[in-house]
Design a protein around this ligand. Structure first.
Ligand SMILES: Nc1ncnc2c1ncn2[C@@H]1O[C@H](COP(=O)(O)OP(=O)(O)OP(=O)(O)O)[C@@H](O)[C@H]1O
Ligand SMILES: [Mg+2]
Length: 265
C-alpha cells in the first residue's frame, strides 16, 4: 500500500466488530467505532475496558481474533506493525517504551526512521538523498524539542529524566514520524500542568495539519478540553460514541464509569 492511498485530510479509520481474547480474558468483544482526519477522538472507559488493546490492534502489535480495521478503505488488520507505521499510523505507549540507554536526541532520531522509510518507499528519487537527509532530521528534532521545552536537554540520558520529561520525549518521538494517525495512551497520567499544556498544544497542531488523533484517557476534563468526539468503552465493547456532551450526559455511561464496569473475567 502506498502512503498516497491513505492520505488526505478526510481519512476515515473504521474499526469493525473486532474481538480479541487472551486465554480466558475477553479483552475485546465486537468493538466497533470510527475516527476521522482533522478530528480528535477520546477513547475512555474503566480499567480493563480494552482501550490499549484496540490501539495495539490498530497499530499491528496485537492480532485480532476477528474483525477489520480500515484506513481510507484499506485493510490494516493484515499488516505488520512496521508496515502500519510506514503508512503513518503512530502511537505512544502507556508504559512509554523509550530507549533508556540513549540520549533524548538519539531517541528522536531513531523514531524518525519509520517516516524516512515511508518517504523512500513512495519516492525512488529520494533514495539517493539518504545521507543528506540527516541534517533535516536533526533540525526537525531540535524544533520539536524546543517546542516541548526540552531544547536544553537534547544530550541528556533519557534514564535521568523526570517522568513528565520522559512522557514528553515519548510525545516527541511520535511527532518525529509526522503521523497521519496518532494514538496517545494516557497522556495526562502522572504529568504536571506544564506537560499537559504541551500535549494539548501538539494535539491542536496535529489536528490543524489534518491528522487523526486518538486520545486514551481516564480524565473526563482532559477529554472535554481536547476532543471533538468520544468513544466510551466498557467490557471490550463500545457503549456510546458521540460528542463529549452527548456521551457524558448518558446515564448508562455514567453508571458504568462510576461503577467501574471492568470487572470481567
Ligand atoms: N497481553 C495480554 N495478555 C493477557 N491479558 C491481557 C493482555 N493485554 C490485555 N489483557 C487484558 O485485556 C483486558 C483489557 O486490557 P486493556 O489493557 O486493553 O485495558 P485498558 O482499557 O487499556 O485498561 P487501563 O485503563 O487499565 O489501561 C484486561 O483484562 C487485561 O488484563
Ligand atoms: Mg490501557
Amino acid at each position: 500500500m502506498t502512503t498516497a492511498a491513505c492520505g488526505g485530510t478526510h481519512d476515515v479509520l473504521t474499526v469493525e466488530d473486532v474481538s480479541k481474547s487472551f486465554g480466558g480474558v475477553q479483552a475485546l468483544d465486537g468493538c466497533t467505532f470510527s475516527m476521522r482526519g482533522g478530528g480528535v477522538t477520546g477513547l475512555i472507559g474503566p480499567n480493563g475496558a480494552g482501550k490499549s488493546t484496540i490501539v495495539n490492534i490498530v497499530t499491528g502489535f496485537v492480532k485480532a481474533d476477528r474483525g477489520t480495521v480500515r484506513l481510507g478503505g484499506h485493510g490494516l488488520h493484515s499488516l505488520s506493525p512496521l508496515e502500519i507505521a510506514r503508512i503513518g499510523v503512530g502511537r505512544t505507549f502507556q508504559d512509554l517504551r523509550l530507549f533508556d540507554g540513549m540520549t533524548v536526541l538519539e531517541n528522536l532520531l531513531v523514531a524518525r526512521e519509520a517516516r524516512d522509510a515511508r518517504e523512500e518507499s513512495t519516492s525512488v528519487a529520494r533514495r539517493g538523498k539518504r545521507r543528506s537527509a540527516r541534517r533535516p532530521n536533526l533540525d526537525a528534532a531540535t524544533e520539536v524539542l524546543d517546542r516541548l521545552g526540552l531544547g536544553d536537554g537534547a544530550d541528556r540520558w533519557v534514564r535521568e529524566l523526570s517522568y513528565a520529561e520522559r512522557k514528553l520525549v515519548s510525545l516527541a518521538r511520535v511527532l518525529m514520524t509526522e503521523p497521519r494517525v496518532v494514538f496517545l495512551d494516557e497522556p495526562s497520567s502522572g504529568v504536571d500542568l506544564n506537560a499537559l499544556d504541551h500535549f494539548g498544544n501538539e494535539i491542536r497542531i496535529l489536528r490543524e495539519r489534518g491528522a487523526m488523533v486518538g486520545v486514551i484517557e481516564h480524565n473526563v476534563e482532559v477529554i472535554r478540553m481536547w476532543c471533538d468526539d468520544v468513544v466510551f468503552m466498557t467490557r471490550g465493547q463500545v457503549l456510546r460514541q458521540g460528542s463529549p456532551d452527548e456521551v457524558f450526559a448518558d446515564s448508562t455511561v455514567l453508571s458504568e464509569y462510576v461503577g467501574g464496569g471492568a470487572a470481567h473475567a
